[in-house]
Design a protein around this ligand. Structure first.
Ligand code: ADP
Ligand code: MG
Length: 381
């Protein structure tokens, strides 16, 4: 990505002060749990957003992305207002806004971005964009913020400035993940542990199946699930569904009258428990055992939360039929990607089987690639 610095020079007339990278992520297990103060287990992808950045002291923010045809977007940092910046520029501009809102002195910047994270595939291209911007500004302006603090500000940018009600998992994964590990994150207090996740060492592979579809009902459905979970927490008299343990699930379900809320609560409580079970299996060295937990998680997302779609169900079904250890949709659903845990020796056959199943169903060809846990956000130069 050295080209990014050269492009910056061509755009803005002088080289950047530095170049930073932040990855996309894929979530192994723990879906729709992060806004319920629950647990997640994502890992960083080798795909990154790269930003070449220089400071300015005149209150001007200039933004450019190699990947969109918009040209340079020029903004006044003092005039940034939620909802006021259309399109992709809202993500990096929102980070500047969130930093300034939190009292940090950011007096302007020139930014040039380029990303290899597929957009809208459930792999968090948006968080990669936010986190790379936040890390660059933190370094350049000497703000001294920690990784979790940067992640929270990036989430605030997406929630309040862009207007997307996402949880904090994506930004935390991009900011805090480390190479060779999955990130076990408690979204209540943002405490986390790096969990060794070296699949190659045990003869396994994790495949990402990007279905390359994104169904339009996604946005409203996410907000509706979130509202349903909050209604469930209120009805049960808890601050968040994270408080409901698997042992108390049937008691909790008995106290809920709304059938939809009951399904949502069952998903969140059982998925939190599946994160714990996955962690116990990984700690015990039984990585193969994780496969069945993934498939169970998919059934819960499909039947209880109802956020899957035909393409994701087919990816999971075809992978398992072809001998995968297990599979599930990952991310927000209604399209996007699935993860498949598979023996190394069967990985190619499983990828082929999924592609073939898509062809038979007359779906567009999926993109299948291995996920090897990559480093989190970092300065490149
Ligand atoms: P996801 O985060 O799952 O990829 P989102 O809808 O949350 O999907 O974020 C995708 C949006 O992020 C894009 O529509 C675009 O506005 C912005 N984005 C992502 N990558 C880039 C990029 N390289 N250049 C400009 N904007 C980008
Ligand atoms: Mg996103």
């Amino acid at each position: 990505m050295s080209g990014v610095a050269a492009e910056f020079g061509e755009l803005y007339g002088a080289g950047p002060e530095g170049v930073w990278a932040a990855p996309g992520r894929v979530n192994l297990i723990g879906e729709y749990t992060d806004f319920n103060e629950g647990f997640v287990l994502p890992l960083a992808l080798p795909h990154t957003a790269v930003a070449a950045v220089s400071r300015r002291d005149d209150g001007v923010l200039r933004l450019h992305s190699r990947d969109v045809p918009d040209g340079v977007v020029r903004l006044d940092v003092a005039a940034l207002t939620p909802g006021g910046v259309p399109g992709w520029a809202a993500y990096p501009a929102g980070v500047v806004w969130a930093l300034r809102e939190a009292g940090h002195r950011v007096t302007g910047a020139d930014v040039h971005l380029a990303s290899t994270v597929p957009t809208g595939a459930g792999l968090s291209s948006s968080a990669a964009l936010e986190v790379v911007t936040a890390l660059a500004l933190n370094d350049l302006f000497g703000l001294g913020l920690s990784r979790p603090e940067l992640a929270v500000l990036a989430q605030r940018a997406e929630n309040a400035f862009v207007g997307v009600p996402c949880g904090v998992m994506d930004q935390m994964a991009s900011a805090c993940a480390t190479e060779g590990h999955a990130l076990h994150l408690d979204t209540r207090d943002l405490s986390y542990r790096q969990v060794p996740f070296d699949l190659a060492a045990v003869g396994l592979r994790l495949l990402v199946v990007d279905t390359r579809v994104s169904h339009a009902l996604g946005d409203g459905a996410y907000a509706e699930r979130r509202a349903g979970c909050e209604a469930g927490a209120r009805a049960l008299g808890v601050r968040a569904l994270r408080e409901v343990s698997a042992a108390h699930l049937s008691d909790a379900l008995g106290r809920l009258s709304d059938e939809t809320v009951r399904r949502y609560v069952r998903h969140v409580v059982t998925d939190n428990e599946r994160v714990a079970r996955t962690l116990a299996l990984l700690d015990a060295g039984d990585v193969r055992g994780v496969g069945a937990v993934l498939t169970e998680g998919h059934a819960s997302l499909r039947d209880d939360l109802r956020v899957s779609c035909a393409e994701l169900d087919l990816a999971v079904e075809a992978a398992n039929e072809a001998g995968a250890l297990g599979a599930r949709m990952t991310g927000g659903g209604f399209g996007g990607s699935a993860v498949v845990l598979v023996e190394d020796a069967r990985a190619d056959a499983v990828a082929k089987a999924v592609t073939h199943a898509f062809e038979t169903a007359a779906f567009a060809p999926p993109r299948v690639f291995p996920a090897v846990p990559a480093p989190g956000a970092r300065r490149l130069s």
